[in-house]
Design a protein around this ligand. Structure first.
Ligand code: IPE
Ligand code: IPE
Ligand code: MG
Length: 245
């Protein structure tokens, strides 16, 4: 049974991560197993995204970052990219409007420019429309790559130095954090990767310095609320030392 349904008993016993990251992986394999086109896997993954993001908000997670499309995913066949762009558009039109009921604050992390004008407009509309809300912050990583994010941060800081706004001797770790897409947000406590891959694939490299990783052997379209509960349980068994003893 999902945590939310047993809120009284389970939530009081478990420490909830403040910020969860999810690498939503395995849509293609899910479709392949069913002899369906990869786009069918992405559609199914979109439904899981909807369920899991609302569930995270329901159980009281403060920040959720979902990796939806990486800077490297443009290497995929045009047909797959087109299907993904259509799916993003449908979701931004429908599902994200539902988030209003949950007071979810929607933010996009990643460079918006390569997306079509329609999609860019929808992304901005969703960000602007959710600004006044006070619920969970949902970062949707689209055209996101952590190395790209760091390059952008270096450029921003460099131009600050050049025009005299930033003193080079005062640049510290906080300066870097403040110039990432996630500026002002806590680092993720837990990153979940379904689909059984043991890699980070360019996701939140700076922010995950002390994040707990949970790799799960479920493909993203099959990932359930119970799996999220399980990841939180595993997280609770970890001894986070942050370099101390
Ligand atoms: C994740 O699923 C979705 C995106 C990267 C957009 P994949 O499409 O990577 O699925 P697999 O890894 O091929 O199974
Ligand atoms: C990571 O998955 C990106 C997203 C889930 C959006 P990929 O499927 O692109 O990663 P690799 O290629 O397996 O490393
Ligand atoms: Mg993949």
């Amino acid at each position: 049974m999902a945590l939310f349904k047993k809120k009284q008993s389970d939530l009081s016993e478990l420490k909830l991560p403040e910020h969860i990251g999810i690498i939503m992986d395995g849509n293609g394999r899910w479709a392949k197993k069913r002899h369906l086109p990869r786009s069918a896997g992405h559609n199914a993954g979109g439904k899981t995204f909807r369920t899991i993001s609302r569930y995270c908000s329901d159980i009281g997670i403060k920040y959720l970052t979902v990796y939806a499309f990486s800077t490297e995913n443009w290497r995929r066949p045009k047909e797959e990219i087109d299907a993904l762009m259509k799916l993003f558009k449908d979701y931004l039109e429908e599902a994200l409007r539902d988030f209003k009921d949950d007071s979810i604050v929607v933010r996009f992390i990643g460079e918006k420019n390569p997306f079509s004008d329609d999609l860019k407009a929808l992304m901005l509309e969703n960000e602007e429309g959710s600004k006044g809300r006070d619920g969970m912050v949902l970062n949707i990583a689209m055209n996101y790559g952590s190395r790209d994010e760091l390059v952008r941060a270096v450029k921003k800081i460099s131009s600050g130095v050049k025009n005299g706004e930033i003193d080079i001797d005062l640049i510290d770790e906080q300066t870097i954090s403040d110039n990432l897409y996630t500026a002002g947000q806590p680092d993720p406590d837990l990153i979940i990767r379904p689909s059984g891959e043991y890699r980070i694939s360019n996701f939140m490299l700076w922010q995950s310095a002390y994040t707990e990783f949970v790799i799960m052997n479920k493909l993203w379209p099959d990932f359930s609320k119970e799996d999220l509960d399980e990841a939180i349980r595993i997280f609770n068994q970890r001894n986070r030392r942050f370099g101390g003893v």
